[in-house]
Write a protein that binds this ligand. Structure first.
Ligand SMILES: [Fe+2]
Length: 312
């Protein structure tokens, strides 16, 4: 099924979303406009700042040697460790000078088409709240720590910054072909859980990996998961888990490689050839895979999260 979405090329105005495109039903808070942006950033108190600082310090114990160099450089360029929840105005000024991106506050997860539209305009929507002591280790919805610490440093890399903008534009095309799940898998396996080669080493650049203490070590070093070179056709046919460590990670050569494999290809043809659902299980290794490590899947075989299995 195709629809008639024809967004203006520059995406200055939010394009109309046709009624026959399915997106998750999210109820917009009454005080927000169609852009879903909060009028201003939340005010954080000393307790909130302390939570940010503790989360930051915890990550810094595990990231060196495991996080991509571009990420570590981004943290430093934006001075995200200066103490407390970063102020989006300052952050946007500094990020704007580097790659033209800004960071804007949103109350919660926002509808796909609005999210794509912001990305297409080089605006990164970030949660306008921080987790509490009670949810320090695991939160359902992405908060400001996940969004700003995990995602924003990567936006200082010029090629990655372009990839993210193109992803936003690509979202509108995916809606036209009703292939949002497939494009979502690409986001999942790159922006959230992507690994990359740096010399002979594997490093993490995905925000879902970099914003928590356990998955950084697991993704880069554990024996359980598969590590497979990214192949866009394959990834867009692959299911993913949202509530546990990943059985498989996909690895890029470089951000130029990621850009070439995605932006510089004919997605119309790809969408026409994709089946509606996923073809491959998230732990599968298939014939066409260029495998770096075939995982033991021991962690999942022992029951994964909730079973107390060690992430080995
Ligand atoms: Fe995220």
């Amino acid at each position: 099924m195709t629809t008639n979405i024809e967004p203006s090329r520059d995406f200055i105005k939010l394009p109309e979303m046709p009624a026959d495109v399915f997106t998750a039903p999210l109820k917009k808070p009454a005080h927000l406009g169609d852009d879903w942006l909060e009028p201003e950033q939340a005010r954080y108190d000393a307790q909130d700042d302390l939570i940010w600082n503790e989360l930051f310090d915890r990550q810094m114990k595990v990231l060196p040697g495991r996080a991509a160099t571009a990420f570590m450089n981004g943290l430093e360029k934006l001075d995200l460790g200066k103490g407390g929840v970063p102020e989006f105005g300052r952050l946007s000024e500094e990020l704007g000078a580097l790659t033209g991106w800004s960071v804007v506050p949103v109350p919660m997860l926002i509808p796909d088409h609005v999210f794509f539209w912001h990305l297409a305009n080089r605006r990164f929507p970030a949660g306008n709240f921080i987790r509490t002591r009670e949810t320090f280790d695991y939160i359902q919805e992405p908060d400001v720590f996940h969004d700003v610490f995990g995602h924003v440093p990567m936006l200082t890399d010029p090629v990655y910054a372009d990839y993210m903008q193109e992803y936003g534009r690509a979202g509108w095309k995916a809606m036209r072909y009703n292939r949002l799940k497939a494009l979502g898998a690409l986001y999942w396996y790159t922006v959230e859980f992507g690994l990359m080669m740096e010399g002979a080493d594997v490093r993490a650049y995905g925000a879902g990996i970099l914003s928590g203490p356990t998955e950084v070590v697991y993704a880069v070093e554990a024996q359980s998961p598969n590590r497979i070179m990214l192949n866009v056709d394959r990834v867009m046919r692959t299911d993913y888990v949202i509530s546990d460590l990943q059985p498989t990670y996909f690895v890029i050569e470089s951000f130029e490689d990621l850009y070439r494999q995605t932006v510089e290809r004919d997605f119309d043809r790809l969408y026409k050839s994709l089946p509606p659902g996923f073809t491959y299980a998230n732990s599968a290794v298939i014939d066409v895979d260029n495998v770096i490590n075939r995982g033991t899947q021991e962690y999942l075989l022992r029951g994964g999260r909730g079973s107390g299995a060690a992430p080995v």
